[in-house]
Design a protein around this ligand. Sequence first.
Ligand code: SF4
Length: 226
Amino acid sequence: MEPVVVADLKLDLNVRGLLHTLRVDEASADGKSILALVEKATAIGKPKGMYKQAFIDDVGDSHVVIDGIRFDSRVLRVNLDGIHRVFPYVVTAGRELDAWAMTVEGMLEQYWADKIKEAVLGSAFRDFTARLVATYSMGTTAVMNPGSLEDWPISEQSKLFELLGDPKEAIGVELTESCLMIPTKSISGIRFATEITFENCQLCARENCPGRRAPYDPLLYESRYR
Ligand code: SF4
């Protein structure tokens, strides 16, 4: 299947939530500056995503081959047990916002702009996921992201991009030599329908991570993936 570009993702910011996270009162001078930045970002931002319906050709002990491309990860391999179809994707807050953020003056204002871009990515990702899941009637899904776990290193990101074709041409996202994404406010991964509950965070011991979505389970790797 050819990759699908979703260029009209929602930019629906929870401004109250953002101000709360930034610990800024809406009525204060800082609050007004943030609201002005949000207004600009909302007018300029064009978050986008792309995905592809892909199929598993082969599996080994610690790898899977998807549409002819081999991914090396024991966790991915086990999580895809009995699954034939997956959806690699990239979602980005977009180059337009990156260019805008570079014009913002003042250190504090630049920090706020960065947080606004993060919120735009969050809003776009929720919309992208809901549309993808609904389009393919997937029900419960899980996701794995290259670089989130030692088991599936960031170097595998280039294979994910190869699987998707040309994310730079399609939605303006490219990889650095160390496989980080530009724009930085971008997310990549592989989504799949599954009955099991899986979050990368269950296998990640990092303490005080603000992005944690599930508690660390020190026994999970041994019991499910060894
Ligand atoms: S705990 Fe944090 S670093 Fe670890 S996988 Fe979850 S979000 Fe990523």
